[in-house]
Design a protein around this ligand. Structure first.
Ligand code: MLT
Length: 243
């Protein structure tokens, strides 16, 4: 478990990277894919997003940008997962740039496999990791501008807890992996009160001050989407095909 992309040594992850930004980028990506987006293409910066989006016809794209929790003017949408419905999303490519989540995806994009995880699609992520066994798995929290995020760690813990449950593996098997044990312990302590935990987190507090209560509530739901956004081409996420 890495709590921020800055912790990754030499910016290199040999194996499978799981990107986590519960509030809200990875929850938004899962929601958009679930609403039928043909793909989600992520960008660290807005300018390249706008340039790339120009290559796609207007009725085949949506542009979403967020900085500091607020919508970016140049884009039609901000980063609320609730904004993406089949009516406005189905069959379109989402071009997305956010403060931390899309930057985190960029920093792991050379891993052999990259998956987008949130609380909402946790079980889909667990099922994939448990059945495909992609070798070493790195759970990477996006954090907030280089610092720790409680909600990303609890999601990492939820994923590890799910994998342990599939193999009926005791927590003691994680001996020596302090970050993983701490993440699972956090999840086990809070699993029935995820909304309370997210509401107490610093970014949860920030969003509440920006009328983000419904987003925090949405993002705190566990296992509600059977969606697995997986990287296919650098920075481009699509729904993994079943099987
Ligand atoms: C981020 O990338 O930092 C976020 O997803 C922030 C947000 O939109 O809440």
């Amino acid at each position: 478990v890495y709590h921020t992309p800055e912790e990754i040594p030499n910016n290199r992850l040999p194996g499978c990277a799981v990107v986590i930004d519960v509030l809200r980028a990875s929850s938004t990506i899962a929601a958009a894919i679930n609403a039928g987006a043909s793909a989600v293409q992520v960008f660290s910066d807005i300018e390249p997003l706008l340039e790339a989006s120009e290559t796609v016809e207007e009725d085949k794209r949506i542009r979403a940008g967020e900085r500091g929790g607020r919508k970016v003017k140049a884009c039609e949408f901000g980063n609320s997962p609730l904004a993406f419905t089949p009516e406005n999303t189905e069959g379109r490519r989402l071009f997305l740039s956010t403060t931390n989540g899309t930057r985190c995806s960029e920093s792991v994009r050379n891993a052999s496999k990259v998956i987008m995880a949130s609380l909402t699609n946790r079980q889909a992520v667990v099922n994939s990791l448990a059945t495909k066994r992609p070798g070493t798995v790195w759970l990477v929290g996006s954090g907030w501008e280089g610092s720790y995020s409680l909600e990303d760690t609890v999601c990492a813990g939820a994923i590890i807890d799910g994998i342990l449950a599939v193999g009926k593996t005791p927590l003691s098997k994680l001996a020596g992996n302090d970050e993983a044990i701490a993440a699972v312990s956090l999840f086990r302590q809070w699993q029935d009160q995820l909304l309370e935990l997210l509401t107490s987190a610093s970014h949860g507090q920030r969003l509440l001050k920006m009328r983000g209560k419904a987003d925090v509530a949405y993002c705190s739901q566990l296992d509600v989407l059977d969606t697995l956004p997986i990287q296919k081409g650098l920075g481009i996420f699509v729904q993994r095909k079943p099987g």
